[in-house]
Design a protein around this ligand. Sequence first.
Ligand SMILES: *[C@@H]1O[C@H](CO)[C@@H](O)[C@H](O)[C@H]1NC(C)=O
Ligand SMILES: *[C@@H]1O[C@H](CO)[C@@H](O)[C@H](O)[C@H]1NC(C)=O
Ligand SMILES: *[C@@H]1O[C@H](CO)[C@@H](O)[C@H](O)[C@H]1NC(C)=O
Ligand SMILES: *[C@@H]1O[C@H](CO)[C@@H](O)[C@H](O)[C@H]1NC(C)=O
Ligand SMILES: *[C@@H]1O[C@H](CO)[C@@H](O)[C@H](O)[C@H]1NC(C)=O
Length: 457
Amino acid sequence: MVVMKSSKPPRNRGFYVKMKLIPTSTFCFRYFKWFLWLFISFYFFISFLITHKPPSSTTSLSKTTLLHHPYSKSASNALIESLNTTTIQNHPTKSFSKFNSLKIYIYNLPNKFNEDWLANKRCTNHLFASEVAIHKALLNNEDVRTLNFWDADFFFVPVYVSCNFSTVNGFPAIGHARQLLTEAVHIISSEFPFWNRSHGSDHIFVASHDYGACFHAMEDRAKADGIPEFMKNSIMLQTFGVKHYHPCQDVENVVVPPYVSPESIRKTLAKTPIDGRRDIFAFFRGKMELHPKNISGRFYSKKVRTVIWKKYGGDRRFYLKRHRFAGYQSEIVRSKFCLCPLGWAPWSPRLVESVVLGCVPVIIADGIRLPFSSAVSWAEVSLTVAESDVDKLGPILEHVMATNFTSIQRKLWDPDVRNSLLFNNPMVEGDATWHILESLSLKVNSWSIKRARLYSQ
Ligand SMILES: *[C@@H]1O[C@H](CO)[C@@H](O)[C@H](O)[C@H]1NC(C)=O
Ligand SMILES: *[C@@H]1O[C@H](CO)[C@@H](O)[C@H](O)[C@H]1NC(C)=O
Ligand SMILES: *[C@@H]1O[C@H](CO)[C@@H](O)[C@H](O)[C@H]1NC(C)=O
Ligand SMILES: *[C@@H]1O[C@H](CO)[C@@H](O)[C@H](O)[C@H]1NC(C)=O
Ligand SMILES: *[C@@H]1O[C@H](CO)[C@@H](O)[C@H](O)[C@H]1NC(C)=O
């Protein structure tokens, strides 16, 4: 695979030019600043009067704090930029009401940190691709994205670490992730004041692979390596989540769904509707080893998949397949129950595919923390089977079939539930990115207070 070498000069130039402009401070510029300051105060005052709904007091507090911050000299420059954006000029009420008026600044990093990886088409479509999808959806979000970094509640650091696919087995090699992130943080912390100001605590990263912020695919190594020291204060959007203590989630985080392409789902549902015939009782396709190896003290899937295969491989109610098949979504949409056992990590893209294709997910991964649990009532739309009960799957599923299956299915088929796990571009109300923004907006107030305290130190 050829990684595109030609960087895009205009983007890079924008990044550096912006940086150079900031320290400029001329006599004339200073007067202009005061004029702007007055204008903006007047603007906020008027928008306050018009909407009768003041922006949350902590937000305005943090804005005031920012303008009095030692760096305020450069703030005016950034404000010129923001006044030129249509978001603020045309939709003031809209932008102040959504997500508690959450504002996110997206760093414009050199292409080697993100865009260059897209030369490989797989980068935007594989199960870890939420790192790309969230970035794209935020770039297109006029309500939440701010070009004025002084106005930002949070700072998004767009580094794609999961797209270095191994030529040997096709899996993402993430050995370079720490180095790439270190470089990115070096750039933003030396070129911008925001990282140092909060020690990175208002900065957001996506860590979409197996053990999230530990950046290793094997749990023992992930735990031993731990979360990079410099990221420990930041906010992680991660697919990995467990209810118990785990060193790889010992950081402020939001559990996000693994990436499944919305287009592939739409295509599947165009052929077979969600309420079509479901002739498969229980479905699973994936790795099921008869004799899993002891790899650094652990067995793949904690042997759960081995038990499933041994116990139900010959059971006609169970449609179990061990080989890859590109058309597996057409099998999910024909199934009543879809097994979602753990692999190395507890989470799997099967959970998303089952939900969006209307197959009742059977979650077999003790202690898993599911995405957006405050918005999706997982207990009502899925089944959870303990790892130790996996040999009783048959009777458990039969019992549910005879009692509450239709009520679970009806709740699962709610479009709101299915919509919540997909990343669309642009974002759609109620989709995965929308839920991430909602989770972040709930953190805004506590962060503003924390940050105000940091400034006063
Ligand atoms: C203001 O916005 C317009 C239209 O988007 C753009 O053409 C122009 O270059 C911008 N001006 C500045 C100073 O950024
Ligand atoms: C991709 O991964 C391989 C194996 O971990 C590593 O040697 C290489 O440096 C990585 N490539 C980049 C551009 O970081
Ligand atoms: C932030 O801190 C680092 C390490 O102390 C320093 O090298 C860097 O220049 C600082 N950045 C800014 C913008 O002051
Ligand atoms: C698996 O291997 C580890 C060493 O890597 C060993 O300590 C452990 O006892 C083994 N477990 C089993 C069940 O064989
Ligand atoms: C369905 O029945 C099972 C088994 O009795 C129970 O564990 C589960 O909570 C029920 N689910 C719903 C949504 O009623």
